[in-house]
Each structure stands twice: as C-alpha cells, then as structure tokens.
Write a protein that binds this ligand. Sequence first.
Ligand code: FAD
Ligand code: UDP
Length: 393
Amino acid sequence: MDLSGLKYLIVGSGFFGSVLAERIANVLNEKVLVIEKRSHFGGNCFSLDDPDTGIHYHLYGTHIFHTPHEHVWKYINKFTEFNSYYHQVLTTRRNKVYQMPVNLETINSFYNLSLKPYEVEDFLAGEIRKEKMTHAPRNFEEKAVSMMGRPLYEAFIKGYTIKQWQKDPKDMPESVLKRLPFRTSYNESYYNSRWQGIPLHGYGRIFEKLLESPKIELRLNVDFFEIRDIIPANTRIIYSGPIDRYFNYRFGKLEYRTLKFEKEVIPYGDYQGTSVMNYADQDVPFTRIHEPRHLHPERSDYPADRTMIIREYSLLDDGSNPFYPINDERNQGLVMAYREETRKLKNIIISGRLGDYRYYDMHDTIKHALEIFDKIAESSGQETFQHVIANAT
Ligand code: FAD
Ligand code: UDP
C-alpha cells in the first residue's frame, strides 16, 4: 500500500469515522483514506437484506435512530430518508406481556389496578416506604427500588439486568438505569427524542452516501496495526478503534460486554407483533427477541408466510466484538490513564465509541464527530492536530 503524501487517515468506518471522512472531503476538499478491518463498512450500525426472506436486518442488533438535536437530524437527512417507525418495546414476564419502559399501563396491569396518573405517585410512595431506606440510593438496585418500589423492580428490572450484565445490581452504578425512562403516564415511546425513525433503505445506504466523494478512498479488511509502521510521520490520524489496543494494552485491558445473536426463520407471517420483545425472567436465557420486519412497516413486499427472529444473549467480550463499556472503577481508572497518554501524542485523535470507551448512541456519535470536525477545520492551517487534541475530550 502506497501511503506517501497521505494527509488524513481515518481508522474505522462507523459513524464516527465516516462522518469525519465526509466532512473533510466535502468541506475541506482534502483527500482521505479510510481503513476498516472488517469486510464491510458502517461499524456496528451495518444492515443488510436477508438473502432467504428479503427482510432487512441489523447485523449487530436493532439500531433505532433517534435524536433530540435538530442539527444532527438535518445532517443525517442529507444522506437518507427515514420511515415513520416509532420505537416501542414490550416485555414478557411469567408468560404475560407488559409495556416497557415501566409506565402506567405496566403498573396497572401488574397490580391489576386502574390508577389514574394523579394517584400513582402516592401508590408508589407506599411501596417505596416499605423499603425503610434511610439514605440516598448508592447503587443500581437502590436507585430502582427508590423509584418504583421492590415488586416492580423484581418483576421487570432485576432479572433482565442480571442477564444483561451478569452482575448483582447491588454492585452496579445507578447510572446504567438513567438510560431507561420510568413513566407514570401511558406514554409508551421508548425514547424521549423528538426525531426518530429507521433509514428507508437501511444503514448501509447511508454509509455509501457518506463515503461517496471521489476524495475518499475506502479500504476494507485493513487493520491499522498491520500498516502502522508505514504511515508517514506527518499524516493526521483519526482513530476510532479501542483506545487500550492503540497503546498495546500498556496499563491493562478494558472490559466490554458483547452480545450473541441467534437468527432463525420461522413459518409465521408475524411472530411477536413488534420489533423488540424483552424477557424479564432470569430463567429465560436470552434478554430479548428482535423481529426486524416490524422496523419497516412501509414494506409490503415481505413474505406473508415467513418471518425472521433474532434471539439476543449477553456475555463477556473476548476481544472480538466489544459492545458495551463496563463502567466500574477499574475500567474508569484505566480509561483515564489511557486518555492521559493521548494528550502526549501530536498527530492523532482517538475518539468514537471505542476510542472514548463510552456508550454513545448514533446521534451522540454524529454530534461528537461534527464537533471534532469544527476543531479540525480550525486547525487545518496548522502543522499538527495538537490544537484539536487539546480540546477534544
Ligand atoms: P463503531 O460503529 O464501533 O465503528 C468503529 C469501527 O472501527 C468498526 O467498524 C471497527 O471494525 C473499526 N476498527 C476498530 N479497530 C480497527 C483497526 N485496528 N483497524 C481498522 N478498523 C478498525 N445507537 C442508537 O442510536 N440506537 C440504537 O438502537 C442502538 N443500538 C445499539 C445496539 C447495540 C447492540 C450496540 C452495540 C450499539 C447500539 N447503538 C445504538 C450504538 C451505535 O452502534 C454506536 O453509537 C455507533 O456504532 C458508534 O459509532 P463508532 O464509529 O464510534 O463505532
Ligand atoms: N433494563 C431492564 N429491563 C428492561 C430493559 C432495560 O432492567 O426490560 C435495564 C437494564 O439494566 C439495561 C438498562 O435498563 O442495561 C438500559 O436499557 P437499554 O434498553 O437502554 O439498554 P440497551 O439498549 O443499551 O441494550
């Protein structure tokens, strides 16, 4: 591979790398080389048609695009149209289906009551008082119980969380729960975001458009660490791989949770009537079942006699598919140590989901990439990336 004269090298073709490639090529009018170690672009957002059923599905788990940020919504809409999909999740507990996140329907159905929104707070306060908690919540379990009382926690949160994290919720930070709304109305939307949907032609098409400039060269199946030694010294590198790998695990390995997906085509036109069904009971081994046909209600060409379902299992990552950062003291300490090392580097930005070791949704990733781009644009006349790095995190 001839890399002479290379000014911008982007490692990773997920949203972080692809948005920056698009901006550098189309706004700065500079050439960019994007390398990707997998055989496809798009990172964990990649989606494709199932060759057997024609149903479009997401290779690394259902990805719903949602954002509260208008500028991110406007930006992404330059590369795709979205359908009208609105994310709603259900959960099965002891063979009965409830709404998730926990809302007034879940509460009424679970307790067999018909509480009004103005009655529910007093009702839950009674449940919470039974805990006799005298201090502020100190962990995930205490936080959940102080919000909804023990019966709802044990029914819908405890078993799922143990399956997802394989940890006692008493040993987990309360921050994990912040991702999950808790509502005392009948609002059943999973997200609070104003804008959401699924790209009409899949995520793959977005990445084709992001990377379509003739100024961008994409090389698949290329691992940064195999070409690292031949990269010219003054190339500006944007690296969106794992931060600990970049430093050769100098201080130790960061831990992740990963997922195992079990795909099956079954002889029903519709298996579960919704795109995602969670399973709250600890003795059901999977956490949820995805049925991707429901992500595209506008598609009338899907088979009427078959559907695809995907069971999802959570496990500790062995390094091959790092998905969820584990936010405990050890890992946070390691990230801080690696970030400190980054500040000593001259010509590289390390960021994105794996570079920052943060759980970013797609819109967070795009927002962050656009912010970093503004700093790159400011520094484009300067000799190194130093200015960007100093302000990046
Ligand atoms: P990635 O998508 O991980 O891309 C990084 C890329 O770098 C990868 O393609 C990788 O192969 C490549 N790479 C790494 N190391 C090297 C190397 N040495 N050389 C070359 N290439 C390398 N977000 C939502 O908004 N909605 C959702 O519903 C949603 N669901 C999710 C479900 C799951 C199971 C997961 C794991 C995430 C989900 N997300 C969701 C988050 C979303 O996937 C991320 O926000 C997004 O993928 C982050 O983009 P990224 O470019 O930072 O990272
Ligand atoms: N959670 C739960 N029951 C559910 C769904 C979520 O207990 O039915 C908890 C669980 O601890 C999970 C967290 O809420 O890790 C965040 O859920 P979210 O759906 O945001 O997780 P993700 O989409 O990241 O898998």
